[in-house]
Ligand binder design. Structure first.
Ligand code: E4P
Length: 230
C-alpha cells in the first residue's frame, strides 16, 4: 500500500513526511497554481528536497502533444531527479508519449482516468500507475469505488503489472472502500490524509490514560521514575 499526498504546499508536505508513512507526492497544474508565487522550478526542487530522492514524485505535464510531453518529462526528470514519474492525462497524444517514454525507461502515471477501458489501454501502453478519480466520479452520480474495483479486477484477469493509484477523494469512507477494493496506492489532500487516523474515542482514550496516570504519579513521567525521581 502506497500513501501519497496530492499537494504542492511545502509546509503540508514537510509535516506529512515527518509524521506519516509517506511514499510520495503528486501534483497537477491546479495544485501547483494554488502555490501562488509563480516560481515553479524552485517549488518542485524544494518539494524534492523535503521528500528526499527515494519517495515518488509525480509531476503532471502541461504539454498537449506527444513530442511536448516527452520533452517535458526529460526536463522535469533532470530538474527533480530521484524517483520521478511524469503524470500524463489519458489522450491519444498522451498514450503515444507513454509508449515512447517507457522505451526510454521513464516512469509514467496516466491520470484523469474515469473509465475502466481508459485504465486498461493506459496499462497496455506501459503506464506504471493509472489514476482513476473517485470523488469526481461520485459527483456525477457514477460510482468511483466500483470503477476502481473493476480496474483492479481487469488488471488481475489480464496479468497486468500496472498499479492503481486512486485519486480525488473527499471522505475517509471513499478512501476505505477504495483500498478495500485492492487499489495499491492512494493520493489525497493532506487534511484528509490526517483524518485517516482521527477518531474522537481515541482522543478520549488518550485523555483518560493521562488523567489516571496523573492521579497517582502527578507530573512525573516514566523516564523520571526509572531515573529515580521521587
Ligand atoms: C490526481 O492525480 C489529481 O491530482 C487529484 O487527485 C484530483 O483530485 P480533485 O478531484 O480533488 O481535484
Amino acid at each position: 500500500m502506497y500513501y501519497i499526498i496530492d499537494s504542492a504546499n511545502t509546509d503540508e508536505i514537510r509535516r506529512c513526511a515527518e509524521f506519516y508513512p509517506l511514499d510520495g507526492v503528486t501534483t497537477n497544474p491546479t495544485i501547483i497554481s494554488r502555490e501562488h508565487n509563480g516560481d515553479f522550478v524552485t517549488l518542485i526542487k524544494t518539494i524534492r528536497e523535503i521528500i528526499g530522492p527515494d519517495r515518488m514524485f509525480h509531476i503532471q505535464t502541461t504539454a498537449s502533444t506527444a513530442e511536448g510531453i516527452v520533452k517535458e518529462a526529460h526536463a522535469l526528470r533532470e530538474v527533480v531527479g530521484g524517483d520521478f514519474y511524469i503524470k500524463i492525462p489519458v489522450s491519444p497524444e498522451g498514450l503515444k508519449a507513454t509508449m515512447r517514454l517507457k522505451k526510454e525507461g521513464i516512469k509514467v502515471t496516466v491520470t484523469a482516468i474515469f473509465t475502466q477501458q481508459q485504465a486498461l489501454i493506459a496499462a497496455c501502453a506501459g503506464a506504471d500507475f493509472v489514476a482513476p478519480y473517485v470523488n469526481r466520479l461520485d459527483n456525477i452520480v457514477s460510482d468511483g469505488v466500483l470503477v476502481v474495483s473493476e480496474i483492479v479486477e481487469l488488471f488481475k484477469k489480464h496479468n497486468i503489472n500496472s498499479k492503481v493509484l486512486a485519486a480525488s477523494f473527499k471522505s475517509v469512507e471513499q478512501v476505505h472502500k477504495t483500498v478495500m477494493s485492492g487499489a495499491q496506492a492512494i493520493t489525497l489532500a493532506p487534511k484528509l490524509f490526517e483524518n485517516l487516523i482521527y477518531h474522537p474515542l481515541t482522543l478520549n482514550a488518550i485523555s483518560d490514560f493521562n488523567r489516571d496516570w496523573e492521579s497517582v504519579y502527578g507530573d512525573r513521567d516514566i523516564l523520571g521514575l526509572i531515573n529515580g525521581e521521587q
